[in-house]
Design a binder for this molecule. Sequence first.
Ligand code: SAM
Ligand code: SF4
Length: 508
Amino acid sequence: MKGPAKLFVKSFGCQMNVYDSQRMADTLAPQGYAETAAAEDADLIILNTCHIREKAAEKVYSELGRMRRLKEAAAADGRRVLIAVAGCVAQAEGEEIVRRAPAVDVVVGSQNYHRLPDLIARAKSGGHAVDTDFPLDDKFERLAAPSRAKTRARGVTAFVTVQEGCDKFCTFCVVPFTRGVETSRPVEKIVAEAEQLAGAGVREITLIGQNVNAYHGAGANGSARSLAQLLERVAQVRGIERLRYATSHPLDMDDALIAAHRDLPALMPQLHLPVQSGSDRILAAMNRRHTRADYLDLISRLRESRPDMALTSDFIVGFPGETESDFAATLRLAEEAGFAGAFSFKYSPRPGTRGAEMADQMDETEKSERLYRLQEAIERSQAAFNRGCVGRTLDVLFERPGRYPEQIVGRSPYLQPVQIEAPASMIGEIAPVTITEVASNSLFGALEPCSVSSPCNGEVGEPTGPARSGRPDDRHSEPGGGQTPPRTAVGGSTLPFQGRDKTASVGA
Ligand code: SAM
Ligand code: SF4
């Protein structure tokens, strides 16, 4: 008897796509699709794509070449495979994808995932199905929720999309074109999702959005709530011990949100706050609407509110017209801000954006050279931040087994991966760990003898001397702390984004 149809989903880009990919799989589960990690076994392949930089978009076409070969091999065996392209490349290029890659059966824009079952049915009955409208119906209302078992299998941390789209129109960025205008989900829908996640064992939620701190969703009485209010409400969900949010724009960091980092114990002392450039001239050309001084003032207010705050950032080098002195200002900012990590990218002109039309586009070699210098500064800053954790006792949420027997991996409050020797039965628990060593992206430590969960207060613990730690001989073998799960975020491993020119951030 033939088993269930198999679905392979590959996500490119940011954590919003990771979340969307899961929701697509959830929506297709009642249609009989079971997920597989092997593309060659799949009956339906979905590539959930990213358009933020040219390199990210081109990657999709090379991946489509590989998927076409799988589809042809399956056809030779008498098996029909459908290929769907979702996400921002789908939204931006629509029909053009089918012209460039005729093996594609379905193209679905980022607002239309709830229509996937229909689109697949149409493609099955012959021809291509393309849907890149910005519909009036709310996809979140129509997307199926995951089963409890599926949520459990996805681990003890989860993303929840609370906001989509962006109205800021930074001159380098395609997001306002691919994700549309800014919208926020109502508070109670988010709370219901958080309760369902908590019920399945999730302990940490990251609220995500393209511009998450512009959140202004309706509260129970219909009036708009801010992100600070939303965080306060989600923190009341039983079982949710930790909250984070990403990605934020400096302009939308209001006083209430800054105060929440002091007042809300569940809110982790970690924030991804992209600055993009340290030059006022370039910030103005980017339409960021804040200055270097505004940004520095903001991070000092954040540190007043929460002194141990781990700040990470995004930088773009080689924006049109960036002079050596503009770049020097960026480098100084990266050196002065004390970042716990940052993503840095070479500027990539994107079709339809104002930046792409600007004169003085820079030479790629010069961009690469500046990127290299910036990344050296970021790495120094990150290493200093990580070194500062040695000897401290940090509360770690254990997320998954490590590479070795008896090794487990979790996250510090600052989103750094932390590896220790402990039984897998501790996965899902939060326990104090004394940090004994650091590698480029990971910390190593030992459980405190009395491993009782307690909120991280950022205080420096007493050094405890040598202790049990993750495999000392191997721990430096994988730059980037090869144990980091594919969340990104924030500068986080999640932070946010995969496919970056370089990630050098906490937890990233
Ligand atoms: N909303 C966030 C903010 O306001 O900073 C950023 C979200 S964007 C999806 C993620 C990062 O991609 C940006 O912070 C920026 O550093 C980078 N990025 C966006 N467009 C880019 C481009 N055209 N070239 C290079 N990097 C880009
Ligand atoms: Fe893009 Fe962020 Fe600017 Fe919006 S605020 S246009 S998402 S970089």
